[in-house]
Ligand binder design. Structure first.
Ligand code: NOJ
Ligand code: CA
Length: 714
């Protein structure tokens, strides 16, 4: 149960707790609680080793975990002396350029511990910030006397869970980046072998440790849910969590090809290590701690960043298999076909039309080794008349969404970056989807200082810095970015609001190119909100209406490949637009599959920028119901989805404004339907609701429900 304190009491509590610990532990042991009193952090310097523990509702959830950094030129993991313990309280609020909610409260207590290594007087600060929704801490390494550049070899950051609880995870150091279904095991059971047994075969030679990606989510017996992640990942390599067969986990940094973890020069702040904590799992998706731990917006003018919806010449390659990215008789990105998409998009008020295969580079081996032909990022394919298309789109009031598949040829892309984004600006392109397909594990080519080719990991410092370079260049040309095969979301969108969305998980595409036995399972999108989507938009690309018998055997052989059946329903596809947040959402199916279907109206209506969001209910891997209020009207939207099981969920309409009556348009599956039985049948009905009404959402197996609420004019 959360205790509410008024402002005065909050500050008093913060100061009191610090004083108590100070007085009895004289600089060795300190602690304080979050503003709402539910979280309590203690930090101890014991025999030269710094440790922390975290409690929720007076129960220890992370116990006695070590902190420290080891570099080639200094060791700040042992023999430490705490010099000062400074604390302060912060209360603030800021407005998002776009988001799940307009206003974000930024309230925390902070403690800064400054330390010295006993032996050689190297210095380090550890800054802790405790919010109501979790803890963030980072290492701050000031300039060290006589040391210019150095390599971090290891970060001794432990996360020792008090309980061995069920957890949801995807493996790190595996071939397909973040694009896996989730495993659900006890923390102590995490291993690649277990993943192979439960999810997908990853046996065979390994070149990395036993580790998982973050956000890594676990839920205790008492219902408290915890996600370990990081915020503001910059100039550093990404953190994975090493598993060792116990309930304890440890930070493991993705290395460079030479084995060092981070290459640094001068003063350095690490990313924030975060522990997001919820009373229940339903608290996790709305945590704002990740955003609060990022720097404020750096872009002076953001008027050019527009949330919205797009269609695209995409599913006909990746899904229906009728067209190709590369040249040939079935090349998709041909001027006339693109104009048909523009006509459709403009008729229905879409903001963009994505076109893939518009440029050169797709003809030789582009996928998936990094060894293909070089892509040209401002050279249109001869069948794509870029000037004619730009003008046609302009006249029809719609924009082309650009596409930069790099095939992970980083040097090639970086050499064209400015010209590529200048091309976008010239052609009215204000959003670009980038891509980094390379299915090798440690297979990203980097040319070192001596001109030799080195192979890097997708999630190491080299790529973190590359992704930032692209984002900053795009901002210069007023272009927003949707990254596929990205580095994970650590809240960078606060600083660069042109970082609008990213993939970074298994998306809808797997239902396109993979056969039914390896499609995304019905529970996949009931896991994502509690893991990958915590405070992070995703380009999942929902909205497939033709869910069965949609894929041809090949572009030449137009017979149906019966091995494909998306484990979803049209109503669930609609609900995803509310459940899976992104400021730029795709209606992914072909225009012809939307024409004449009344359920399409929901996709046309649903906004992508919100005033407010609430999670009404949710259990990881089972179900979730999300409601959001439009930022530009008084409408509310509800999305509810289930896994493979049918269920009834009672929801209170208490989110609606009091004294108002709402017309609700409900899009639901028939009760004897579901992903197998009647995936494409949608029942649309109109009902009136008021704030004190209760409603039962009925979901068949693998189904969903979407509702639009519009206040009746008074
Ligand atoms: C993988 C991306 O996720 C997908 O959306 C894209 O179409 C292909 N790469 C080609 O770039
Ligand atoms: Ca992908």
């Amino acid at each position: 149960m959360k205790i509410k304190f008024n402002d005065l009491i909050k500050s008093l509590l913060f100061i009191t707790v610090l004083t108590i610990f100070n007085s009895c532990n004289v600089g060795r042991f300190q602690g304080f609680s979050s503003h709402d009193g539910s979280l309590m952090l203690t930090v101890e310097n014991h025999n030269g080793m710094l440790t922390y523990s975290l409690s929720k509702n007076e129960k220890v959830i992370i116990e006695n975990s070590r902190l420290g950094i080891k570099a080639d030129k200094f060791d700040l993991s042992d023999g430490l002396k705490a010099i000062t313990w400074d604390s302060k309280d912060h209360e603030g609020k800021w407005t998002q350029v776009w988001g799940e909610q307009k206003e974000v409260e930024d309230n925390y207590g902070e403690m800064l511990v400054s330390l010295k290594s006993n032996k050689n007087a190297f210095k380090m600060n550890v800054r802790f910030r405790l919010f109501d929704d979790g803890l963030g801490f980072r290492y701050e390494i000031p300039e060290q006397d006589g040391i210019d550049s150095y390599n971090i070899l290891d970060e001794i950051t432990e996360f020792n869970f008090a309980e061995d609880s069920p957890s949801w995870w995807i493996p790190a150091y595996a071939y397909r980046r973040y694009e896996f279904l989730y495993a659900n095991t006890l923390i102590s059971e995490i291993s690649r072998d277990k993943f192979s047994e439960l999810v997908e075969d990853l046996t065979g030679p390994r070149i990395g440790p036993e580790a998982v990606h973050t956000p890594f989510t676990t839920q205790r017996e008492d219902g408290i849910a915890i996600a370990i992640h990081e915020a503001n990942l910059a100039n550093y390599s990404s953190m994975t969590l090493k598993a060792n067969g116990t309930k304890n986990m440890e930070c493991d940094l993705m290395p460079w090809s030479d084995g060092t973890k981070v290459k640094a020069k001068g003063a350095l702040n690490t990313p924030w290590r975060t522990i997001i904590v919820g009373e229940t799992a339903a608290d996790l998706p709305l945590s704002t701690l990740t955003l609060n731990l990022n720097e404020p917006n750096k872009l002076e003018n953001t008027d050019w960043i527009k949330p919205g919806k797009y269609i695209g010449l995409w599913w006909e390659m990746i899904g229906t298999n009728q067209s190709t990215w590369g040249s040939g008789p079935h090349h998709g990105a041909q001027t006339e076909r693109v104009k048909e998409y523009i006509d459709f998009g403009s008729k229905y008020g879409f903001d963009g039309v994505l076109v893939e295969g518009w440029n050169t580079g797709w003809d030789e081996n582009w996928c998936c080794t990094g060894d293909g032909e070089n892509f040209g990022f401002y050279e249109p394919h001869p069948e794509f008349d870029n000037e004619e298309i730009a003008e046609y789109a302009w006249k029809n009031g719609i924009r082309i969404v650009g596409h930069h598949e790099t095939g992970t040829q980083i040097a090639n892309y970086e050499s064209q970056l400015d010209s590529a984004f200048a091309y976008c600006r010239k052609n009215g392109i204000r959003v670009v989807k980038t891509g980094y397909v390379n299915d090798g594990s440690k297979n990203i080519k980097r040319i070192d200082e001596d001109g030799n080719v080195q192979k890097e990991w997708h999630h190491g410092q080299y790529m973190v810095e590359h992704f930032r370079k692209v984002l900053e260049t795009a901002a210069k040309y007023e272009v927003s970015i949707v990254v596929h095969e990205p580095i994970k979301d650590t809240g960078l969108r606060r600083t660069y609001p042109n970082m609008v969305s990213r993939e970074g998980a298994r998306g809808q595409e797997f239902n396109g190119f993979m056969p039914i036995d390896v499609h995304n399972k019905p529970d996949h999108t009931t896991i994502l909100p509690f893991t990958r989507l915590i405070c992070a938009p995703m380009d999942y690309t929902s909205g497939i209406f033709d869910l069965k018998d949609y894929r041809y055997n090949s572009p030449d052989d137009r017979t149906i490949n019966t091995n494909h059946h998306i484990p979803s329903t049209i109503s669930k596809e609609l609900a995803h637009y509310v459940v899976i947040y992104a400021p730029i959402q795709m209606a992914a199916d072909l225009p012809e599959n939307y024409k004449g279907n009344p359920a399409f109206q929901f996709i046309l209506d649903v906004p992508t920028d919100w005033e407010e969001t609430k999670i009404l209910n949710g259990e990881i891997g089972k179900y979730i119901t999300t409601v959001r209020k439009d930022r530009n009207s008084d409408d509310w939207y509800l999305g509810s989805i289930t896994n493979e099981n049918a269920r009834r969920l009672d929801v209170q309409m208490s989110f609606l404004e009091s004294g108002k009556e709402y017309n609700a348009t409900i899009y639901k599956d028939p009760i004897d339907g579901g992903w197998e039985a009647k995936p494409e049948e949608v029942i649309i009905s109109n009902v009136q609701f008021k704030q004190d009404d209760q409603y039962t959402v009925e979901l068949p197996p693998g189904g969903g429900q979407a509702i639009r609420f519009t206040p009746k004019s008074q």
